[in-house]
Design a protein around this ligand. Structure first.
Ligand SMILES: Cc1cc2nc3c(=O)[nH]c(=O)nc-3n(C[C@H](O)[C@H](O)[C@H](O)COP(=O)(O)OP(=O)(O)OC[C@H]3O[C@@H](n4cnc5c(N)ncnc54)[C@H](O)[C@@H]3O)c2cc1C
Length: 315
């Protein structure tokens, strides 16, 4: 039998899972559709400015994740957010650095978009866009859950009924991230600001955060789930016209450039009670934030727990 474990997705859940399996001597290949690593731990350069576009920071509430974060801090890959009042961790120099760090030493195929997952000859075949298929004995899917279920559907794989129904109910909020380069320093507080009402949910200045060079503001603006759902297809110029006047006081300087990142699957509407799914009879696992909990920590714990279910706890 093919002993390879194919992990779809190089976000934090997939990377931690792959590392845990590799540490137990397993043959693991990670298939990632993007060039970048880390999934929603994402950073984008727009001309001279640099923006964290997805997760802005993470917390470590469980003992298990906190001890892992301490190791990353000792390695210099994460640090407390400068100036932030609550205990918030950021990756150094920007959020995507954590994905790069965790992928080190793993067999990761980038720009490998899996389009179908199907049973073949007692194992699995993963069809990859514009590339040779990957054969595997076991498969783990860590994309946002609706995307993972779509890969199984494309390959005519039926989940047991007790899983299929509840998992199909899980959905995600979209998010729009406006990336604003300013003509001067911003008035956004160094620790970012969360707004409870209106179309804007969050603003943070990546210059004050220490990841965008120079002195002018580079502000990530996350729009609320309801606004994003209603205006998802709008262009950056249309969105800026709707949003910038209402946050002009926060910005404190004129906007000189607008870019946009659309997150179709931003955060789960509700997380499933189980941290992961492992179906040994099929050799199939599912992990990610829809199972572990709606944030970086939940996704990390989901990947780690699935690795344990597959191969047992490390001694
Ligand atoms: C705008 C935004 C703000 C957020 N803010 C915070 C925050 O401040 N704090 C916090 O803790 N969390 C935050 N989150 C949530 C956090 O980023 C996620 O919970 C976490 O990163 C999810 O990790 P994951 O491994 O489950 O999924 P992902 O990071 O989504 O990883 C899945 C990976 O699978 C890949 N993939 C998908 N389909 C395929 C395919 N067909 N073939 C190959 N690869 C595929 C994707 O490219 C991706 O790399 C935020 C998210 C967003 C989008």
């Amino acid at each position: 039998m093919n002993e390879t474990i194919a992990v779809v997705g190089a976000g934090i859940s997939g990377l931690l899972l792959a590392r845990a399996l590799k540490a137990r001597g397993k043959d693991v290949v990670v298939l990632e559709k993007s060039r970048g690593l880390g999934g929603r731990l994402a950073t984008k350069r727009v001309e001279a400015a640099v923006f964290d576009t997805g997760a802005q920071y993470f917390t470590a509430k469980s003992e298990r994740f906190a001890s892992m974060v301490s190791e990353w801090a000792a390695a210099g890959v994460v640090a407390p957010w400068p100036g932030a009042s609550a205990h918030r961790w950021i990756a150094q120099p920007s959020m995507n650095a954590l994905g790069k760090f965790l992928a080190d030493g793993l067999d990761v195929r980038r720009e490998a978009k899996v389009v179908k997952v199907q049973h073949k000859l007692g194992g699995w075949e993963l069809t990859i866009e514009n590339q040779l298929a990957q054969q595997a004995g076991h498969v783990v899917l860590t994309a946002p859950l609706p995307q993972s279920l779509a890969l199984l559907k494309a390959g005519d794989v039926d989940l047991p009924i007790e899983w299929a129904g509840p998992l199909a109910q899980l959905s995600y909020h979209p998010c729009l991230a406006l990336l604003l380069t300013l003509g001067g320093a911003s008035a956004v507080p160094a620790e970012g600001v969360a707004l409870a009402e209106g179309p804007v949910r969050w603003l943070a200045d990546n210059t004050k955060k220490g990841i965008s060079p120079g002195k002018v503001g580079a502000v990530t603006v996350h729009l609320s789930p309801s606004f994003a759902a209603e205006h998802y297809a709008k262009t950056e110029a249309e969105l800026a016209a709707l949003i910038v006047p209402g946050i002009a006081d926060w910005l404190g300087a004129p906007v000189v450039n607008v870019a946009l990142h659309r997150w179709k699957f931003s955060e789960p509407v509700a997380a499933y009670a189980e941290r992961c799914v492992w179906l040994p009879e099929l050799g199939l696992g599912l992990a990610g934030d829809a199972l572990g909990g709606p944030r970086v920590e939940g996704a990390a714990l989901s990947g780690l727990e699935l690795a344990e279910r597959m191969v047992g706890k490390a001694q």
